[in-house]
Design a protein around this ligand. Structure first.
Ligand code: BGC
Length: 524
């Protein structure tokens, strides 16, 4: 359905780069990134060799959840620029052969959206049924904590919100709402965007009988979650709606539809359901398998094997960082002697050599680390604030991009940025690394180039030849071409497997012969 005539699609072939617009580049010196800032940096993104960009939302919003609470889907928020800037951004991306993927938040709007303002105003308002109203709440809790129902004094009823109370859920059972959203898709597809990343697709529908969820003991990571979301997650109707949305995307050539399905890695079958059957539903499912938890050869081998059970017509995705989770580089090889270069190059090599679409989250390519333990007065994320700072929140992975350490605020803005610059390493900035052929940035660029030029790497079969506690040996092959990737996660030298000896080295971080130095990688 969304298939390109070559049979192999851009979203499979290429690497996708995630830009969090608030933190990429500020062009008007208000401390917040914007669309014109991104336009200024498009050459940089193009030089990375990526195929396209997924932009986090920049639509009109009161920003209670930093843009995931939209009050006008067709308007760029003035903080980020204008609709003309968006057109220019799309055009400039096209000029550079960069695909544009927009973030569509369809589960909910802002409580300031005119639809909701109308809906809450009276029980007989024509928009009343655009949201989910009940005269009594059940036990469901929101993903950000607290009851998922909010009382509305005007009409003496409760509305449902899977996330913040400022993010009321749309009633997606209402055909008028769905028709509106389909038209929204067409509006952006006509504008020339190449695809959508659909936010939180597993929360679209809830049990019509509103049965109570069973209780669970909360974990350390999520102390605010005290129940298993049985009746407000993964509803069958989610799939029906995704099929319909997918059909709209298929009205246009060569466009992509991806859904974000947040869950832990153990339940791959549920993830598979979101892919649907061949030529239906989602082209890509953005999963969370490597987004939290450990990052070890054994875990990786397990993850790869799970994703290899997808039907042949479906295509995995791999991400180690995002705007919602601790940055991969700060989760890999913790409590070891590995330095940032070793961590970043190991991470990059693993993620960019798997069979599936890799996502690179802005800053990952220079080794930007997580900012842990921000002081309370610098925390902005409602997830942390509304849970009395018992949860770390997501600010630490959203700090500004670092362009040039000789400029104020690392060249991100001339004004104090909305989140503090992470200054753990002075050389984590684009300018310094561009001048150093042994930098993390050069490694990413070289590896992406190698991947783009090597069919075995971008579309070949994958086989795990060896997975041990400290090492991983992967084979990628396409027709006659065979590529071997060997990764050393240990602090010791390890012998290079015989199968790799005397082969042409494509790229390596090790300077030794026949031996892979600590935390190094080799591709032959
Ligand atoms: C987004 C989050 C957002 C939430 C609510 C997600 O899964 O990635 O950043 O807070 O949806 O829209």
């Amino acid at each position: 359905m969304h298939i390109h005539s070559s049979g192999f699609n851009w979203w499979q072939h290429g690497v996708l780069y995630q830009v969090y617009p608030r933190s990429f580049q500020d062009s008007n010196n208000d401390g917040v990134g914007d669309l014109r800032g991104i336009i200024q940096r498009l050459d940089y993104i193009q030089d990375l060799g990526v195929a396209g960009i997924w932009f986090n939302p920049f639509f009109k919003s009161p920003k209670m959840d930093f843009g995931y609470d939209i009050s006008d889907y067709r308007q760029v928020d003035p903080l980020f620029g204008t609709n003309e800037d968006l057109l220019e951004l799309i055009q400039q991306c096209k000029k550079r052969n960069l695909k544009v993927v927009l973030d569509m938040v369809l589960n909910h709007t802002s409580d300031q959206h005119p639809w909701f303002v109308e809906s809450r105003s009276s029980k007989d308002n024509p928009k009343r049924d655009w949201y989910i109203w009940h005269n009594s709440p059940n036990n469901w809790i929101g993903i950000f904590g607290g009851s998922a129902w909010e009382f509305c004094p005007e009409t003496q009823e409760y509305y449902y919100h899977a996330f913040l109370k400022e993010q009321p859920d749309l009633n997606l059972r209402n055909p008028e709402v769905v028709a509106e959203l389909k038209n929204l898709f067409r509006y952006y597809l006509e504008m020339g965007v190449d695809g959508f990343r659909l936010d939180a697709v597993n929360t679209y529908f809830e049990d019509e009988m509103r049965r109570d969820n069973p209780a669970i003991s909360p974990s350390n990571i999520a102390p605010h979650i005290t129940q298993k979301w049985v009746y407000n997650y993964d509803h069958q109707l989610n799939f029906t709606l995704l099929d319909e949305l997918s059909a709209v995307v298929a009205e246009y050539d060569d466009r992509m539809i991806m859904g974000e399905v947040g869950r832990d890695g153990s339940d791959v079958d549920a993830w598979k359901t979101y892919y649907g059957s061949c030529n239906m539903r989602l082209d890509l499912v953005f999963n969370f398998d490597l987004l939290y938890g450990e990052f070890t050869p054994l875990k990786l081998a397990n993850t790869i094997q799970l994703w290899e059970t997808l039907p042949e017509c479906k295509w995995p995705t791999y991400a180690s960082s995002s705007h919602d989770q601790v940055r991969g580089v700060s989760r890999i090889l913790t409590n070891t002697t590995a330095n940032l270069y070793q961590k970043s190059t190991l991470l990059a090599t693993t993620m960019l050599c798997l069979r599936g679409t890799p996502f690179v989250y802005y800053g990952e390519e220079i080794g930007l680390e997580q900012s842990f333990d921000l002081p309370k007065n610098q925390i902005r994320d409602p997830l942390a604030i509304r849970n009395n700072y018992l949860i770390e929140g997501r600010d630490g992975c959203r700090t500004p991009m670092k362009w040039d350490h000789t400029l104020p605020n690392a060249g991100f803005s001339t004004t104090a940025p909305w989140l503090p610059i992470n200054d753990t390493h002075w050389d984590i900035n684009v300018n310094t690394q561009l001048g150093n052929p042994h930098s993390i940035l050069h490694w990413y660029r070289s590896l992406i180039k190698l991947r783009n030029e090597t069919p075995a790497l971008y579309k070949g079969e994958i086989e795990i030849l060896e997975s041990a506690v400290d090492t991983l040996l992967i084979k990628r092959s396409y027709e006659q071409e065979e590529v071997y990737i060997f990764l050393n996660f240990s602090e010791k030298d390890v012998e290079i497997p015989t199968i790799l000896l005397n082969q042409h080295v494509l790229i390596t971080t090790s300077s030794l012969q026949n031996i892979l130095s600590p935390y190094s990688v080799i591709i032959v």
